[in-house]
Design a binder for this molecule. Sequence first.
Ligand code: SF4
Length: 372
Amino acid sequence: MNIGSYESSYWFDIISSGHRLDFNEAREIIEDMTVHEIMHLADQLTGTQIGDTVTYAVSYNINYSNYCTASCPICAFYVPAKLKGKSSKGYELSIEDVRSELKKAEKLNPTEIHIVGGFNPYLPIEYYENVFRTVKESLPEVTLKALTIPEIDFIARETGNSIREVIERFHEAGMDAHTGGGAEIFNPEVRKQISTPEKISGEDWLKDAKIIHSMGIRGNSTMTYGHVENWDNIMDHMIKIRENQKEVPGFLSFIPLKFSIENTPLKKMGKVKHPASGEKDLKVVSMARIIMGQDIRNISVYWVSVGKGIAQVALNGGGNDLVGTAVSEKIFGATDRREYTTIEELNNMVESIGKIPARRDTFYNIVGKFDR
Ligand code: SF4
């Protein structure tokens, strides 16, 4: 037995006994073990926490507007809100536009509709309620997963409501879950470089998540990596999400989002020259399983952000979910990530590595095994 496999079984026993890794223990793993050893440890944990099933949702994305009062250096999607009426690139979907998107979605028999947009100061709270009601009237069977936590906070501030009031109204209008986006990286120094003051702090993101979860609305958790962060920032982020989950449960999954650099201000400023390596992508998924898997059992691999090849490998290193078909996604699409997939392709990706593909709902309940 080499030292690496000894370390892997040592940590496997410790984590399986119920111990939650602290920051220094997580750092020991990232510093002392190779990517193969880390993936092996994560895969063993996935085996005991989940088994061999890999899930995905059939999701259709609607991005209602790209006008935004924030101007995050990591974002290629937004058009400054002050340019409304002056830019040919800015848009705001009308209720009629939303209806026609839903007609396209219907053909794909989606399990969920995923709705996010920019911080649009021109939209009243009733706009969101109308959009959500339209979704539920047109497709009553789908789950409506809507808005990032910073968007919810923005709408609350803009409309003079509390987070609770906004969530109450949105839930009444049809919102079933939040998307978990906008977590970025919690470390304030890193956050300052990739975000803007209009976007809430990491501390507030975690605080808002607790309020939303305490009201029974659940959602995902995320992290954007591959820009100016380091491993300490990544592990700190994962531990903070895990601890939040222990206090007020409500996270359905953790989705690491690889920063897609093309067309972003961060790339134009020369602060990031290359995307994160495939090795880093794999280690991030594995460390998420190792640090968070006991409390957030679904560790998702977003194939749109890492590419299909790395996504497939990551399913043998801690991942147990491929997020979804993500049809009509425009936010990664504004960078260089314009990949498209089909349900058949997702199933093939899973079956060819000896795992079992399964369709799930937003809450990670399996709604159908793939049947050829
Ligand atoms: S990441 Fe979100 S909040 Fe930031 S500029 Fe883009 S749309 Fe606006």
